[in-house]
Design a protein around this ligand. Structure first.
Ligand code: CA2
Length: 148
């Protein structure tokens, strides 16, 4: 199994500011924890972060067409709320994509409530901190079993 985990703008600052919203883990800490948790599980995890919309779209295309990924976990950051281009890329790659948000986007400013990406995704996990990434990969490992 080959799963790509894509993080969008400002998520490279995790752990540096606003820990009450986003927790104390840096993106590097999250990657390390994920690699430890899944190292025995027959899954290759590929991590990517960019602050640029186009680079995220390229990473979605590459996941499917260059790296033959089985699925993607994406936290599009603030692009969640307005990037039709990222939504179109999610829809275009035709593999399962899970949207993850570290914070509960329904318990914050009203402009964060709506995701334009969500409808193109298999599902969404939000408000559970970095564990959202872990739960998304656990779901995919189960859902993508040949007999499911
Ligand atoms: O809760 C999430 O995971 C978000 O995708 C995070 C985005 C935000 O725009 C979305 O509405 C919800 C922002 C990430 C910003 O991360 C920071 C981390 C530390 C310091 C400042 C920003």
């Amino acid at each position: 199994m080959n799963i790509h985990i894509i993080n969008g703008p400002n998520l490279n600052l995790l752990g540096v500011r606003q820990p009450e919203i986003y927790g104390h883990e840096t993106l590097g800490d999250i990657e390390k924890k994920m690699r430890q948790i899944f190292e025995q599980k027959n899954v290759a995890l590929h991590f990517f972060q960019s602050n640029s919309e186009g680079a995220i779209i390229d990473a979605l295309h590459a996941a499917r067409y260059a790296h033959n990924a089985d699925a993607v976990v994406i936290n599009p950051g603030a692009y969640t709320h307005y990037s039709i281009a990222i939504r179109d890329a999610v829809a275009a790659i035709q593999i399962p994509v899970i949207e993850v948000h570290i914070s509960n986007i329904h318990a914050r400013e009203p402009f964060r409530e709506h995701s334009v990406v969500a409808a193109a995704c298999r599902g969404r996990i939000e408000g559970l901190g970095w564990n959202g990434y872990r739960l998304a990969v656990e779901y995919l490992l189960d859902a993508l079993q040949p007999n499911n």
